[in-house]
Design a binder for this molecule. Sequence first.
Ligand code: ATP
Ligand code: AMO
Length: 440
Amino acid sequence: KLRTHYTADVKPENVDNGQKITLAGWVHEVRDLGGICFVVLRDREGKAQVTLVKKKIDKELFDAARRLIRESVISVTGTVKFEEKAPNGYELLPEEITVLNVANSPLPMDTTGKVEAELDTRLDSRFIDLRRAETTAVFKIRHQALQAIREYFVENGFIETATPKVVATATEGGTALFPITYFDREAFLNQSPQLFKQILMSGGFDRVFEIGPIFRAEEHDTRRHLNEATSIDVEVSFADHFDVMEILENLAAYVYTQVIEKCQPSLETLGIELKVPKTPFLKLTYDEVIEIINARSEEKMHWGDDLGTSGEHIVGNYVYETTGESHYFIIDWPTEIKPFYAMPYEDRPEFSKSFDMMHRTMELSSGAQRIHIPDLLKSRIESQGLNPEGFEFYLKAFEYGMPPHAGWGMGCERFIMTMLGTENIRDTVLFPRDRRRLSP
Ligand code: ATP
Ligand code: AMO
């Protein structure tokens, strides 16, 4: 066996003092003090000190240890000695060290954390960057968050779906599409599962979720936009926008709770003390948001304007100062600035049953009750300057018994980014796609 234990699993409850084990990982550090040599072995879960005392050990083994090259891959078999003074409370006294692969030097970037690398350098050599505990911690938390999201959906009667990423039409008016060649036809990478999750409501699935990639040809290069992002999508039949806002806030709170419970080592590595957001989240109407902004900014916001970045910050800070919470909803947006599928209020059709879930620093999610009446939907598609012919496959699902329904989409990366306070959204994606970056 190349490995019997992870470094972090070597504890008195799992392993006996003097037990023979095999660890495998990377050479993090070699400290040669002449009479004694320490090799720090690093694996996914942590580090272990391998101690070689010259007088007590085979000369060849001692010399081989001293010559180990940093970041090479090794497997070490030896006996465990619990020792309070050692870094994790134990050291490994080796009998055999096998070099499985040698690393070149110098390395493309430092792994010890002594030199702070630029994000671009880190992304160019992601395989090395991931060997840093701080980087891995983000992805362990992302994994746990997604796990919790799935748990929450399954517990609450949702069916997981997979809808096509190669499509014939746009869904989200605001952003551009990536065109691709599909045999002899033009096709696009999907911006959102929107149309498909709605069709599934006509299919009687009632409650669906999907976690998958979305593609947006955003021209700009910001710290919160990706060209390929992971969307967490939900659609619920016989529900209105308030019902799905409740699902969203409860989901967010559940995920925070699970991350706090299951990711303490990673949170400590990142120096984060996480607080579960208090539910229900504050709901501000679009009109109230305008008042808040206009009372605090020279730059006036007019009815019908979308919320700009500075507006988002003004309102976010206002909410944080008055409630101590970072999350809130903005509801009742003008129908005209929301996508065609948002349901207008019957008694005041200039307002729609739509919402954004906001974090103090940015938008996290958009959603709405949807139009389920085919004629109204068709006229909304037309009035947004779109051609209903392109939407035939979608509109057809509304003609034969479409229940009222509502849903939302939340960017996974933005959710993780705001949870961990990362500077850049690219820190929450293994191999981000942005304006300039197409590899790795
Ligand atoms: P939407 O849901 O409105 O389609 P989105 O999901 O992409 O947009 P953001 O991009 O965070 O959400 O948009 C929030 C607001 O910030 C929008 O009003 C948008 O016009 C504005 N905005 C987006 N990109 C930029 C940018 N690069 N600089 C300044 N403002 C921006
Ligand atoms: P929207 O376009 O607002 O709504 O997208 C929903 C959420 O997806 C995330 N997101 C992004 N994250 C990173 N980079 C991007 N370029 C990017 N674009 C979007 C954001 C955003 O809030 N169909 C609707 C959802 C619905 O109504 O169900 C939609 O796509 O967190």
